[in-house]
Design a protein. Structure first.
Length: 152
């Protein structure tokens, strides 16, 4: 378990670099067209650099805009523009720790709620405070153990 925790900590430090980029969105036309036009490169010139036609270069821009471009094509086009493709995944929760916390809490609520409902049916209902404490305890346990079921 310590190995996994160390892996998460190391990855977390790398991901922090990219987390600020979540707010950076391209224009509706995509990075390729924005960069190409800002640099004053024509579609014909881009096509020539990629050894394709002007129409094919336009298709690449369109595919980026609609999200159907491949990473390979994006990398090749970036290279043709004397750019480098930077690719990454950033947790929606802001950090891996926050993602793990949310998933563990969601699972803990499911587990505790099932048990609580069963106890209620047996006329042994717990107080809201006890249920909250049980959820908190189960969340911590799930975070520590990180079972595979956490990601179902």
């Amino acid at each position: 378990m310590k190995k996994r925790k160390l892996q998460i900590q190391q990855l977390e430090s790398k991901l922090k670099t990219y987390s600020s980029l979540r707010q950076e969105v391209t224009s509706s036309v995509g990075w390729i067209k924005v960069i190409r036009t800002a640099l004053g490169i024509t579609l014909q010139q881009l096509g020539t650099k990629l050894s394709i036609s002007k129409q094919a270069a336009s298709t690449i821009e369109q595919r980026e805009q609609d999200g159907s471009i491949t990473l390979k094509t994006l990398r090749e086009t970036a290279n043709a523009l004397d750019m480098e493709l930077v690719y990454g995944l950033v947790p929606k929760d802001g950090s891996l720790d926050a993602l793990i916390e949310r998933k563990a809490r969601e699972l803990a609520i499911q587990i505790v709620s099932r048990t609580s409902n069963t106890m209620k049916l047996e006329d042994q209902e717990n107080s809201k405070e006890r249920i909250k404490k049980a959820i908190d305890e189960r969340t911590e346990e799930l975070k520590r153990e990180m079972p595979k079921v956490l990601w179902d």
